[in-house]
Design a protein around this ligand. Sequence first.
Ligand code: CP
Length: 324
Amino acid sequence: MQWGPRTKTALRHLLSICDLGRDGILSILDRAEELRTRPADPHRFAGRVLGLLFFQPSTRTRFGFHSAMARLGGTAIELHETKHQAGMTHPESLADTVRCISAYCDAIVLRHPSEGALEEAMAVSVVPVINGGSGVGHHPTQTLIDLFTIRDHRGHLNGLRIGLAGDLRNSRAARSLAAALIFFPPKALRLMAPTGRELPEGLVCALPAGSVETRGTLDPSGLDVLYMAGFREQHGCDSVPEDLRQCFRLTGARARSLAASALVLNPLPRIDEIDAEVDALPQAAYFEQSALGLEVRMAVLSDWVSGPASRPHAGAPHHVEKER
Ligand code: CP
């Protein structure tokens, strides 16, 4: 896995948060901030079309991009039953599906359970592809939302005491946020995960030496930001026993050790990692975090949906003799 910025190609895709680099991330956060204070041009993307291809369930990412495109005057179209699905008589490959759909759109948002699927789509798409969450490793737009929420509350991103809790190995939101912290070195990064569910070693090694501390249980004390990644059931992955899940659950009692100014974040959906009674605490910011996703996704689209509304990739018409 490559954690540094990737080489730019002619068509700019968004696979990983690392593609953006520090300046790219800050530029999107600044644009999202502008959109909060100054309404966007509601006709900016008139005539433009965003394709939403989700091969895994989604509420926030799918609705967030759909709403963001609508507020900028464009249209979003979604993939429903297609010949890509195995249940159809003749399944179609992802590559063929993306190749055809990309010719109808100005950009694509793709979510897929496999990491490789995104790269495969990017290789054949004739328009930019934005990663809406892939495999267990990448969720760049979620990370932008997380960073935007943190900066909004704390005023800055560097030098914070951040805790990540849950199944860090299989949470693409947690892994993507940890990768972003390479650009915004924390004062302390507390990794709280059960044995076997720790953040991958390669990613831990890329983080600032000396800042990382590990715990086998949930410890919210002294943190500026507590990121509750939870435990999502993954295909091909044993579920975490109930008694172990309980050790990482933010109950009302455990939340009492949070600093008054701390921030509790969660990418949502919440399964059982945060008790409902925590919602009423001033530190609970996860629904606000979800709401801020709208401005962040509008800012992302401003970068990735651009150029003329005509279709340069459709090619010049072939010569046709006039029939009489
Ligand atoms: N956080 C997130 O990606 O939510 P959805 O799965 O609902 O899109």
